[in-house]
Each structure stands twice: as C-alpha cells, then as structure tokens.
Design a protein around this ligand. Structure first.
Ligand code: UD1
Length: 376
C-alpha cells in the first residue's frame, strides 16, 4: 500500500509524527514484502522558518519530507491555490492508495480538495471538530476537508456527533483518540529534562530573577486577536500592566504577532518589561516543558488547549469559541473561554490564581485513551 501524507504548518508536525513512526514500525515488523507500506511525506512549505518547521522535524525525529512544495506565506487564496497547483502533479505521479491529511490549516484543506479532484481516497486525522464560526479560517478548512474525506479519524464523541449531524455515514467515522497527545506522551520525559533557564537563553532572553516563581505562558497568533490594533493593544496593556504584576510571563512570540507588535510601536517597551520575557517560537520539547511548569497558560492556540488539559495547566483561551469543547472546565477540562476581552481575561486570571494548583479540574483529556496528570 502507498500512503501520501501532507503537512504544511507547525501544528501539523506533532500530528504526523506518530503516523510516520507507526508506518516505520509496521515495515520493520512485517514478514511478507507485499504488506510493506510506502509512505511519501509532502511538506507544502506553508511554514518555512526553521523555528516553525525544521525544529519540529528534528525534535520529533520526522524524516525529511520526500517532497517540499515551497509554497510560503500569502493570502488564504494564494496559499490554497498555490498548494493545489503544486500538489496536483505530485499526486498524479505518485498515485497513492490513500492521501492522509491532519488538522485544519490551509495545507490540509488545499490537499483535500486536490486529492479528491484526482479521484484519490482521502483520510482526515482530527476530523469532526467544529467551532461553528465560519469567520475562523480553520473552520472552513475543517468543513471542506471532512466533507471530502472517505475516512474520518476523530478524537472524541463530540466530534462524532458533529459528523453524524452533518450526514456523514457511521462507516466512515473512526474514533481513534488524539494523535497529538500520543506525541505528548512519547515526548514528556525528554521535555522534563530541559531546564527553564536553558529555554530562555536559547530562545533569546536573559534568565530573569523571577524564574523561580510561578509564571504564566502567553501565545497569541490568531488574526482575530493580533491583526487589528484595537484588539491587540488592549490585550497587550492588560498583560503588561495587570497580569504581569501578579504573575510574571514568558511570551513565545509568533512571527505574525511580532510584526504587529512592532507596527503598533510596543515591541521595544515589551522587551524592556521586567516581568515579561519575550522569546522566539520554541521547539516542541521546550513548549512542553514551559506548559508543564506554567502556573497558567494564556493562549489562542487550539492544540495548546488540549495539551494543557493533559498536563493539568489552567488555560485561559483568548477566543470566543472553541472547536475543542472537551477542553472546557464545564466539560472536565482546564480551559475557560474569555475571548480577547481584557476584563474577562483578568477576572479569569484572578480566579485561577485563587485556586491552589492541584485542585484545578483534571478530568478532561481530549484524548480518549490518555489520563491527564496533575501538577506536583
Ligand atoms: C497557521 C494556521 C493556524 C495555526 C498556525 C500555527 C491556517 C489558516 N492557519 O496560522 O491554524 O494555528 O498556523 O502557527 O492555516 N510566518 C513566518 N514564518 C513562517 C510562517 C509564517 O514568518 O514560517 C509569518 C508570515 O508573515 C505569514 C504569517 O506568519 O504571513 C502567518 O502565517 P500563516 O501560515 O499564513 O498563518 P499562521 O498565522 O501561522
């Protein structure tokens, strides 16, 4: 059998790693040559900075992609269109039995459309997630990809419900759990061995005196949060003037966000802030370590919400909705939604800080087969 899988952006890499390694394991174990799986890994190049791409391939021991389409940045239409044009001849030449896509980035959607237009069978890992917010680019990517897929691998029952409600036949849906959490479980020991000081030094900051204290971690990259100064600046103000005074912050800054902070004229002052450490995007193990040690996560990332639930890190989700409702506290997770509203965010910070770390609800893991653990 021949598989062709496609990745494009940072959150794809931790989802493809277990599949790559499972195929390698299968090929090592087989006794009959006809059972061999040929795996062609295609990188669309949506993310191309070493910190956003190569660092994850290295950390997760993913082999170099067989094919790199080198798409790069652009508008949504440019990214999707260029990916489709570059991928079509690859699919026609490689003729895989299955095309496998993961997650919900533009590469996922572009690959799904191209595969089906080439009459190839398509499997989607992390199917069925819905935020019900079509202003979110990933929601469109998820809906298009699921509509076209022949096999829908899901993380939880709520995703199954969404797919059934949309009319997908039960035979196409397989509840397999969360492949990204498989990566977390396989890497947590390696992450634990890192020191916080080494992470800060490596990713561009001096080691602050407060590093022995409880700290929060910030990540922000969604266009809805960072593109408009009217949304970004109030967030920056509450982080720097309010949150950081009670909880020092390590902020891993996405390239998009860094540009916006510079355009808004606050980059230099944030760099000087005594209680905020700005660092470059970190690799997989460093992020896992930061999450393990954080008193609190403030993020608009989907994947981090899930990882927080498994690690027991209280998570303030700076979004009005989530496609991962299992991560919410009311469903047994560790996350609360505050949107980009500074007041709600501050109240959530105060509320979480008033609860001793160990008593944060830890029942909710988005994985069907992993149990979350508490913080020491
Ligand atoms: C993409 C995904 C998002 C995911 C996020 C993780 C879509 C629609 N969005 O958003 O779901 O959560 O990745 O990071 O697919 N840039 C660089 N270097 C890079 C990549 C990007 O500097 O290696 C900068 C460029 O200015 C680019 C901008 O970041 O225009 C945004 O990158 P893009 O891939 O368009 O979207 P993300 O915001 O990263």
């Amino acid at each position: 059998m021949k598989l062709l899988s496609i990745v494009g952006a940072r959150p794809n890499f931790m989802k493809i790693a277990p599949l790559v390694h499972a195929v390698e394991g299968h090929n090592r174990d087989i006794t009959v040559e006809s059972q061999r799986i040929t795996h062609c890994l295609v990188h669309t190049g949506q993310h191309y900075d070493a910190a956003m791409s190569a660092a994850f391939f290295n950390a997760l021991n993913i082999p170099q992609p067989n094919i790199d389409l080198g798409i790069g940045s652009g508008t949504h239409a440019e990214q999707v269109g260029k990916t489709m044009m570059a991928l079509e001849p690859v699919l026609l030449r490689e003729k895989p039995d299955w095309v496998v896509v993961v997650g919900d980035v533009n590469a996922t959607c572009a690959a799904a459309i191209t595969a089906k237009k080439c009459h190839l069978r398509l499997a989607h890992i992390e199917a069925g997630l819905r935020s019900f917010d079509k202003r979110m680019p990933e929601e469109i990517n998820r809906m298009v990809t699921d509509t076209l897929s022949d096999l829908l691998f899901t993380t939880d029952e709520l995703a199954n419900d969404n797919l059934r409600r949309e009319g997908h036949s039960a035979g196409k849906i397989r509840l397999v759990g969360n492949i990204m959490i498989d990566t977390l479980e396989s890497q947590r020991v390696k992450a634990q061995e890192l020191t916080l000081a080494s992470i800060l030094e490596r990713y561009g900051n001096t080691v602050p005196a407060w590093l022995n204290e409880p700290f929060g971690v910030v990540t922000l990259h969604r266009p809805s949060n960072v593109d408009a100064a009217e949304v970004l600046m109030p967030l920056v103000r509450v982080l720097s003037d309010e949150v950081a005074t009670c909880l020092p912050l390590i902020w891993t800054v996405h390239p998009r966000t860094r540009e916006r902070l510079k355009q808004c004229g606050v980059w230099a002052s944030l760099q000087q802030h005594p209680r905020i450490a700005l660092i470059d995007p970190v690799d997989y193990h460093a992020m896992l370590k930061l999450n393990m040690e954080a008193r609190l996560m403030l993020t608009d990332s989907g994947g981090l919400q899930e990882e927080c639930c498994v690690l027991g890190t209280p998570c303030i989700t700076l979004r009005d909705n989530t496609e991962r409702p299992v991560t919410l506290r009311e469903n047994g997770g560790t996350c609360v939604l505050t949107g980009p509203d500074p007041d709600k965010m501050l109240r959530a910070v105060e509320s979480f800080l008033s609860i001793p770390p160990a008593s944060v609800s830890l029942r909710g893991s988005s994985s069907t087969h992993q149990q979350p653990i508490g913080k020491e």
